[in-house]
Write a protein that binds this ligand. Sequence first.
Ligand SMILES: *[C@@H]1O[C@H](CO)[C@@H](O)[C@H](O)[C@H]1NC(C)=O
Ligand SMILES: *[C@@H]1O[C@H](CO)[C@@H](O)[C@H](O)[C@H]1NC(C)=O
Ligand SMILES: *[C@@H]1O[C@H](CO)[C@@H](O)[C@H](O)[C@H]1NC(C)=O
Ligand SMILES: *[C@@H]1O[C@H](CO)[C@@H](O)[C@H](O)[C@H]1NC(C)=O
Ligand SMILES: *[C@@H]1O[C@H](CO)[C@@H](O)[C@H](O)[C@H]1NC(C)=O
Ligand SMILES: *[C@@H]1O[C@H](CO)[C@@H](O)[C@H](O)[C@H]1NC(C)=O
Ligand SMILES: *[C@@H]1O[C@H](CO)[C@@H](O)[C@H](O)[C@H]1NC(C)=O
Ligand SMILES: *[C@@H]1O[C@H](CO)[C@@H](O)[C@H](O)[C@H]1NC(C)=O
Ligand SMILES: *[C@@H]1O[C@H](CO)[C@@H](O)[C@H](O)[C@H]1NC(C)=O
Ligand SMILES: *[C@@H]1O[C@H](CO)[C@@H](O)[C@H](O)[C@H]1NC(C)=O
Ligand SMILES: *[C@@H]1O[C@H](CO)[C@@H](O)[C@H](O)[C@H]1NC(C)=O
Ligand SMILES: *[C@@H]1O[C@H](CO)[C@@H](O)[C@H](O)[C@H]1NC(C)=O
Length: 562
Amino acid sequence: MAKAYNFFSCSLFIFFWFISSISLHAEAAVKTYKFDVQVKNVSRLCHAKPIVTVNGMFPGPTIYVREGDRVLVNVTNNAQYNMSIHWHGLKQFRNGWADGPAYITQCPIKTGHSYTYDFNVTGQRGTLWWHAHIFWLRATVHGAIVILPKQGTLFPFPQPDMETNILLGEWWNNDVEEVEKQGNKMGLPPNTSDAHTINGKPGPLFPCSEKHTFAMEVEQGKTYLLRIINAALNDELFFGVDGHNMTVVEIDAVYTKPFTTPAILIAPGQTTNVLVQANRAPGRYFMAARPFMDAPVIVDNKTATAILQYKGVPDTIIPSLPKLPAPNDTSFALNYSTKLRSLNSPQYPANVPLKIDRHLFYTIGLGINPCPTCINGTKLIASLNNITFVMPQIGLLQAHYFNIPGVFITDFPDKPPTPFNYTGAPLTANLGTSQGTRLSRIPFNSTVELVLQDTNLLTVESHPFHLHGYNFFIVGTGVGNFDPAKDPAKYNLVDPPERNTVGVPTGGWAAIRFRADNPGVWFMHCHLELHTGWGLKMAFVVENGKGPNQSVLPPPKDLPPC
Ligand SMILES: *[C@@H]1O[C@H](CO)[C@@H](O)[C@H](O)[C@H]1NC(C)=O
Ligand SMILES: *[C@@H]1O[C@H](CO)[C@@H](O)[C@H](O)[C@H]1NC(C)=O
Ligand SMILES: *[C@@H]1O[C@H](CO)[C@@H](O)[C@H](O)[C@H]1NC(C)=O
Ligand SMILES: *[C@@H]1O[C@H](CO)[C@@H](O)[C@H](O)[C@H]1NC(C)=O
Ligand SMILES: *[C@@H]1O[C@H](CO)[C@@H](O)[C@H](O)[C@H]1NC(C)=O
Ligand SMILES: *[C@@H]1O[C@H](CO)[C@@H](O)[C@H](O)[C@H]1NC(C)=O
Ligand SMILES: *[C@@H]1O[C@H](CO)[C@@H](O)[C@H](O)[C@H]1NC(C)=O
Ligand SMILES: *[C@@H]1O[C@H](CO)[C@@H](O)[C@H](O)[C@H]1NC(C)=O
Ligand SMILES: *[C@@H]1O[C@H](CO)[C@@H](O)[C@H](O)[C@H]1NC(C)=O
Ligand SMILES: *[C@@H]1O[C@H](CO)[C@@H](O)[C@H](O)[C@H]1NC(C)=O
Ligand SMILES: *[C@@H]1O[C@H](CO)[C@@H](O)[C@H](O)[C@H]1NC(C)=O
Ligand SMILES: *[C@@H]1O[C@H](CO)[C@@H](O)[C@H](O)[C@H]1NC(C)=O
């Protein structure tokens, strides 16, 4: 093993990234950012290729704000692709115009055009992220959003000495848009990524990557806050630091009851804040990320690494890898999920809806539809309640706000058309689905429970579901078929985890609850980009309320037209 790391004795370029103090002192300030979407040549894994970036950075710039701030981000598209940016996890109260998913809340920003996203950060603090929300461009167009608590408010956990953002990602040697197109053309899964990355760098286990290794310098005795973001397109990931435990204190910008763990599990779309104490013998320790995959599909165990380096130790010390759970360690995954609990303190209560107005049950399925031009005459697709979502040609929010007919219908069924043994033997016949731009209409301020049920249509698989415009409470999860007679009795209605993205277990179910108090059109989709492209998505139309401040705001003047 040691041989592989001989190059550490040579001069290793190390990129240190620190934020020791952040100079944001104003109360409820306006923060302005300029995003120049541009193509830049970037070299990784012995290849150089042009990628789409923001301000030439990969990952892109961090948005630093305080709770209560107003944020203005002027995005200018100087790339040859259509663009739109999603502020993942920000609730955008009445303000879907700033949410970003292309053709859901806006038309894309065309080449040479600009759009200023204008939003308030209200009632949220912690780590979120932003990313392109059109095709596969988020592979390289993404960055962190750090929301500091209001001035004078401390974290509800020991104050760290320093903090660092850790963005986990995936790298393709070829153009990601070409990779996606090739998959669609063939009707088969496109090529998997060539590497996983930590802050855009694969680390020394990949070829030509000595100088593409992220390193973080620590001082013994100090405590570090890692803001970990899974920006990968298609992989749930384990992450750990060799020799160091992590204390989980926040998920998806919601504080949790702290717990200590040698590894975290994080799905695409999710964020996790952990505290790490530099309490080991001074040395160099690998941080590592690699996939969790407990379904019978391609297992990709490529391991991205970065280095935690104690101050003053020489670069010649050879780090060793953390012991991460096996790629198929289902029991670690289930056990980890049960440890996540909302803090539920007087200051940060968990307001779980107890009385439910609307019960929804959605099955998640893969399938095969005819495709005369594809290799086998068929293409892989995906569906919710057997509906493969068809993208509209104009933004759904515009269609809703301006009452434009013929764009969508609100007849998305509350339950699957035909009940079956969802997680029984694999079903490989009659895998067709129906197709449509079908949405579900929800009255303002009603309480919703949604059970997402994985199925064995083709194969079971874990799916991270993301809801825009809301956080929700994950009141229950389980393996097998959801049992409406028995499972609700086991719900956690006291301190369930509150998130914007839930990992539905492989061959299992997750029950989420939320209060529909944010009017607008809100996208819900699997955050595996592969599955989003296959149609594993739908949207809710949350009606306006009758009172003041309960309607969708008027659209901004510079909203991109189609
Ligand atoms: C990127 O590199 C390629 C070949 O290495 C070169 O042809 C191209 O002009 C470069 N593009 C930019 C934007 O620098
Ligand atoms: C956004 O940036 C573009 C390009 O720099 C500029 O033309 C435009 O006026 C800016 N928009 C606003 C609202 O400042
Ligand atoms: C943001 O807050 C300011 C001040 O309260 C308000 O004037 C503005 O309308 C809000 N913007 C949005 C998009 O909600
Ligand atoms: C996908 O992988 C195959 C096999 O390695 C390769 O021939 C092909 O060019 C790749 N396609 C794209 C779009 O990267
Ligand atoms: C990590 O935590 C476990 C369980 O609390 C403990 O047994 C172990 O000694 C800790 N390891 C380190 C390196 O602190
Ligand atoms: C990845 O899988 C291959 C083949 O199963 C195995 O040889 C290799 O040791 C694995 N790597 C890691 C880091 O688990
Ligand atoms: C996990 O993968 C290992 C190595 O491929 C295999 O030996 C083991 O049986 C698998 N475990 C489960 C629970 O599938
Ligand atoms: C489709 O074709 C590919 C390549 O020829 C083959 O590997 C695959 O098994 C086929 N899939 C189906 C569902 O027919
Ligand atoms: C569903 O399928 C599983 C696995 O084949 C089986 O154990 C179970 O009894 C079936 N359930 C029902 C209700 O048929
Ligand atoms: C889904 O819909 C298609 C087309 O109507 C039908 O053939 C198929 O049986 C349905 N599948 C399920 C699981 O309901
Ligand atoms: C929503 O309903 C709850 C419970 O009836 C009520 O307390 C709350 O004020 C309502 N919210 C709005 C914005 O109307
Ligand atoms: C870019 O978006 C516009 C507006 O929706 C659309 O007409 C055009 O076809 C898109 N271009 C590409 C290359 O997708």
